[in-house]
Design a binder for this molecule. Structure first.
Ligand code: VGL
Ligand code: ZN
Length: 204
Protein backbone atom coordinates (compact mmCIF):
# COMPACT_ATOMS: atom_id res chain seq x y z
CA UNK A 1 0.00 0.00 0.00
CA UNK A 2 1.42 3.41 -0.90
CA UNK A 3 1.77 5.65 2.15
CA UNK A 4 -0.83 8.36 2.83
CA UNK A 5 -0.04 11.30 0.53
CA UNK A 6 -0.94 13.97 3.06
CA UNK A 7 1.34 12.54 5.79
CA UNK A 8 4.23 14.83 6.77
CA UNK A 9 6.72 12.14 5.73
CA UNK A 10 5.45 11.96 2.14
CA UNK A 11 6.73 14.33 -0.55
CA UNK A 12 5.69 14.99 -4.14
CA UNK A 13 8.74 15.08 -6.42
CA UNK A 14 8.03 16.96 -9.67
CA UNK A 15 10.69 15.96 -12.18
CA UNK A 16 11.96 18.28 -14.95
CA UNK A 17 8.68 19.99 -15.95
CA UNK A 18 10.59 22.41 -18.18
CA UNK A 19 10.00 24.30 -21.42
CA UNK A 20 12.55 22.24 -23.39
CA UNK A 21 10.75 18.99 -22.50
CA UNK A 22 7.36 20.29 -23.63
CA UNK A 23 6.05 20.33 -27.23
CA UNK A 24 7.96 23.06 -29.11
CA UNK A 25 11.01 22.62 -26.87
CA UNK A 26 14.47 21.32 -27.77
CA UNK A 27 13.82 17.80 -26.43
CA UNK A 28 10.06 17.69 -26.54
CA UNK A 29 8.24 14.87 -24.79
CA UNK A 30 4.84 14.26 -26.42
CA UNK A 31 2.10 15.35 -24.01
CA UNK A 32 4.50 17.02 -21.57
CA UNK A 33 2.58 20.31 -21.44
CA UNK A 34 -0.73 18.51 -20.85
CA UNK A 35 0.51 17.36 -17.44
CA UNK A 36 0.71 20.86 -15.93
CA UNK A 37 -2.90 21.10 -14.71
CA UNK A 38 -2.91 17.68 -13.08
CA UNK A 39 0.48 18.20 -11.42
CA UNK A 40 -0.60 21.60 -10.06
CA UNK A 41 -3.71 20.00 -8.60
CA UNK A 42 -1.74 17.11 -7.11
CA UNK A 43 0.52 19.56 -5.21
CA UNK A 44 -2.37 20.46 -2.88
CA UNK A 45 -2.47 16.93 -1.51
CA UNK A 46 1.11 16.79 -0.24
CA UNK A 47 2.77 18.21 2.87
CA UNK A 48 6.04 18.66 0.95
CA UNK A 49 6.61 19.50 -2.72
CA UNK A 50 10.02 19.38 -4.40
CA UNK A 51 10.74 20.30 -8.02
CA UNK A 52 13.77 19.38 -10.10
CA UNK A 53 15.34 21.20 -13.04
CA UNK A 54 17.66 19.71 -15.64
CA UNK A 55 20.40 22.37 -15.68
CA UNK A 56 23.26 21.92 -18.15
CA UNK A 57 26.17 24.22 -18.95
CA UNK A 58 26.55 25.06 -22.68
CA UNK A 59 28.66 22.38 -24.39
CA UNK A 60 27.55 19.69 -21.91
CA UNK A 61 28.94 16.20 -22.61
CA UNK A 62 25.41 14.76 -23.00
CA UNK A 63 24.83 16.97 -26.06
CA UNK A 64 25.40 15.40 -29.50
CA UNK A 65 26.81 18.79 -30.55
CA UNK A 66 29.77 18.16 -28.20
CA UNK A 67 30.66 14.92 -30.06
CA UNK A 68 31.84 15.52 -33.66
CA UNK A 69 30.15 13.12 -36.09
CA UNK A 70 27.37 12.16 -33.65
CA UNK A 71 23.69 12.92 -34.11
CA UNK A 72 21.05 13.40 -31.42
CA UNK A 73 19.57 10.14 -30.07
CA UNK A 74 22.73 8.16 -30.92
CA UNK A 75 24.53 6.46 -28.05
CA UNK A 76 28.17 6.88 -27.07
CA UNK A 77 30.42 5.31 -24.48
CA UNK A 78 31.30 7.53 -21.52
CA UNK A 79 33.72 6.64 -18.68
CA UNK A 80 30.62 5.85 -16.57
CA UNK A 81 28.83 3.72 -19.23
CA UNK A 82 26.63 4.17 -22.31
CA UNK A 83 25.09 7.62 -22.77
CA UNK A 84 22.35 8.71 -25.16
CA UNK A 85 23.39 11.94 -26.90
CA UNK A 86 20.67 14.58 -26.79
CA UNK A 87 19.93 17.77 -28.67
CA UNK A 88 21.20 20.81 -26.73
CA UNK A 89 18.59 21.34 -23.99
CA UNK A 90 17.97 22.97 -20.60
CA UNK A 91 20.99 25.26 -20.80
CA UNK A 92 21.46 27.09 -17.51
CA UNK A 93 19.51 30.34 -17.44
CA UNK A 94 17.94 29.85 -20.90
CA UNK A 95 14.20 30.11 -21.55
CA UNK A 96 14.18 26.38 -22.35
CA UNK A 97 15.46 25.57 -18.87
CA UNK A 98 12.58 27.47 -17.28
CA UNK A 99 9.57 25.71 -15.80
CA UNK A 100 6.70 24.79 -18.12
CA UNK A 101 4.23 27.68 -18.54
CA UNK A 102 1.56 27.63 -15.85
CA UNK A 103 3.37 25.16 -13.59
CA UNK A 104 3.10 26.02 -9.89
CA UNK A 105 6.62 26.59 -8.59
CA UNK A 106 5.66 27.41 -4.99
CA UNK A 107 7.14 24.13 -3.72
CA UNK A 108 9.55 23.82 -0.78
CA UNK A 109 12.74 23.06 -2.72
CA UNK A 110 14.00 23.33 -6.28
CA UNK A 111 16.93 21.04 -6.94
CA UNK A 112 19.06 21.36 -10.07
CA UNK A 113 21.07 18.57 -11.67
CA UNK A 114 23.24 17.96 -14.73
CA UNK A 115 25.52 20.94 -14.03
CA UNK A 116 28.71 18.84 -14.09
CA UNK A 117 30.04 19.31 -17.67
CA UNK A 118 31.45 15.77 -17.85
CA UNK A 119 28.58 13.72 -16.38
CA UNK A 120 24.89 13.58 -17.22
CA UNK A 121 22.40 13.31 -14.37
CA UNK A 122 19.05 11.71 -15.06
CA UNK A 123 18.37 10.92 -11.42
CA UNK A 124 17.45 13.56 -8.87
CA UNK A 125 19.66 11.65 -6.40
CA UNK A 126 22.89 10.72 -8.21
CA UNK A 127 24.70 11.72 -11.38
CA UNK A 128 24.96 9.06 -14.09
CA UNK A 129 28.16 7.68 -12.52
CA UNK A 130 25.69 6.43 -9.84
CA UNK A 131 28.02 7.70 -7.08
CA UNK A 132 28.10 11.52 -7.12
CA UNK A 133 25.15 12.65 -4.97
CA UNK A 134 23.00 15.70 -5.67
CA UNK A 135 22.26 16.22 -1.96
CA UNK A 136 18.54 15.40 -2.28
CA UNK A 137 18.79 12.29 -0.10
CA UNK A 138 20.20 14.32 2.81
CA UNK A 139 17.49 16.96 2.42
CA UNK A 140 14.72 14.38 2.50
CA UNK A 141 16.15 12.42 5.42
CA UNK A 142 16.78 15.48 7.57
CA UNK A 143 13.16 16.52 6.93
CA UNK A 144 11.94 13.08 7.98
CA UNK A 145 10.58 12.24 4.55
CA UNK A 146 10.37 8.51 3.90
CA UNK A 147 7.88 8.25 1.04
CA UNK A 148 7.88 9.86 -2.39
CA UNK A 149 5.40 10.21 -5.22
CA UNK A 150 7.05 11.05 -8.54
CA UNK A 151 5.48 12.88 -11.49
CA UNK A 152 6.87 14.73 -14.51
CA UNK A 153 9.33 14.16 -17.35
CA UNK A 154 10.51 11.98 -18.77
CA UNK A 155 8.96 8.75 -17.49
CA UNK A 156 11.64 6.59 -19.15
CA UNK A 157 14.67 8.71 -18.22
CA UNK A 158 14.70 11.12 -15.29
CA UNK A 159 11.56 9.81 -13.57
CA UNK A 160 12.73 6.21 -14.04
CA UNK A 161 16.28 6.78 -12.73
CA UNK A 162 15.04 8.91 -9.83
CA UNK A 163 12.49 6.25 -8.84
CA UNK A 164 15.05 3.43 -9.04
CA UNK A 165 17.58 5.36 -6.92
CA UNK A 166 14.91 6.33 -4.38
CA UNK A 167 13.79 2.70 -4.03
CA UNK A 168 17.41 1.54 -3.67
CA UNK A 169 17.92 4.17 -0.94
CA UNK A 170 14.96 2.71 0.96
CA UNK A 171 12.26 5.30 0.28
CA UNK A 172 8.72 4.13 -0.42
CA UNK A 173 8.19 5.12 -4.05
CA UNK A 174 5.08 5.67 -6.16
CA UNK A 175 5.14 6.87 -9.76
CA UNK A 176 1.93 8.46 -11.10
CA UNK A 177 2.12 7.26 -14.71
CA UNK A 178 -0.95 9.40 -15.49
CA UNK A 179 1.08 12.50 -14.52
CA UNK A 180 4.20 11.53 -16.46
CA UNK A 181 5.08 11.15 -20.15
CA UNK A 182 7.83 9.25 -21.97
CA UNK A 183 10.35 9.99 -24.72
CA UNK A 184 10.10 6.28 -25.72
CA UNK A 185 13.38 5.66 -27.53
CA UNK A 186 13.46 2.08 -28.84
CA UNK A 187 11.11 0.63 -26.25
CA UNK A 188 12.50 2.65 -23.36
CA UNK A 189 9.03 3.30 -21.92
CA UNK A 190 8.19 -0.39 -21.51
CA UNK A 191 11.70 -1.15 -20.22
CA UNK A 192 11.43 1.61 -17.62
CA UNK A 193 8.04 0.41 -16.37
CA UNK A 194 9.46 -3.10 -16.05
CA UNK A 195 12.55 -2.01 -14.11
CA UNK A 196 10.55 0.23 -11.79
CA UNK A 197 8.05 -2.53 -11.05
CA UNK A 198 10.93 -4.96 -10.45
CA UNK A 199 12.49 -2.52 -7.97
CA UNK A 200 9.31 -2.38 -5.89
CA UNK A 201 8.09 0.98 -7.20
CA UNK A 202 4.29 1.33 -7.08
CA UNK A 203 2.99 2.38 -10.52
CA UNK A 204 -0.44 4.01 -10.60
C1 VGL B 1 16.01 14.07 -19.45
C2 VGL B 1 17.14 13.41 -21.32
C3 VGL B 1 18.13 14.32 -21.07
C4 VGL B 1 14.80 13.92 -18.58
C5 VGL B 1 16.99 14.99 -19.18
O1 VGL B 1 14.44 14.87 -17.86
O2 VGL B 1 14.18 12.83 -18.63
N1 VGL B 1 16.09 13.29 -20.51
N2 VGL B 1 18.05 15.11 -19.99
ZN1 ZN C 1 19.43 16.69 -19.75
Amino acid sequence: MPADESAPGHALLVIDMQVDFCPGGALAVPGGDALVRGINAAMDGFAAVILTQDWHPAGHSSFASSHPGKAPMETTQMPYGPQVLWPDHCIQGSDGAGFAPGLRTDGDLIIRKGYNPAIDSYSAFFENDHTTPTGLEGYLRTRGISDLTLVGLALDFCVNFSALDAARLGFGVTVRTDLSAAIDLQGSRAAALKSMAGAGVTLT
